[in-house]
Design a protein. Structure first.
Length: 170
């Protein structure tokens, strides 16, 4: 989660001197804060601190409401362009039959072609937990049978219910 830095506006600007850019984009240079606020009032707009870390801070004369609206629209547009990657899960058992493994393999390939991540897990129950080496071999064999080129995002690792691996397309 990102921290959103709030802009200082008008009387909330703490610096004694600021660099001022007016509505037309003309740089007025370094001014006292009182003179900058007076210039903003003359242009019927707000004085907004754009670059607070600069020495002296850079302020722009603009309508603060419109500025907030434009920034919210830009964030919304950037968010809509992001690609959402889902993680799909495939569970196989210690004694899963070959036909069922073939079906699950085609499912995994379908998920990978759609660009999703696939978490493959082998579930061990009861006495099967004693044969973890064979179970790990079954899982690696299943992963090798997947025809689509893939890479491990998380290697095969042991968990409380068995083994898991996370794969993605290359």
């Amino acid at each position: 989660m990102q921290l959103k830095i709030r802009s200082r506006v008008n009387e909330l600007i703490l610096a004694p001197q600021v660099v001022v850019i007016d509505i037309a984009g003309i740089n007025h240079g370094t001014m006292d804060i009182a003179a900058a606020l007076q210039l903003a009032r003359e242009q019927e707009a707000d004085l907004v601190e754009v670059s607070p870390l600069a020495v002296p801070p850079v302020c722009k004369v603009t309508d603060f409401g419109k500025l907030q609206y434009r920034q919210a629209k830009q964030e919304q547009q950037a968010k809509s362009k992001q690609k959402k990657v889902e993680t799909k899960g495939i569970r196989i058992g210690f004694r899963t039959d070959t036909h069922d493994l073939l079906f699950k393999k085609t499912q995994a390939e379908k998920f990978l072609t759609k660009g999703n991540k696939v978490r493959v897990e082998i579930v061990l129950r009861g006495r099967e937990k004693a044969m973890y080496e064979k179970a790990k071999g079954n899982l690696t064999g299943f992963l090798k049978s997947i025809a689509i080129p893939h890479r491990f995002e998380e290697e095969v690792k042991r968990g409380p219910m068995g083994f898991t691996a996370l794969i993605v397309t290359e």
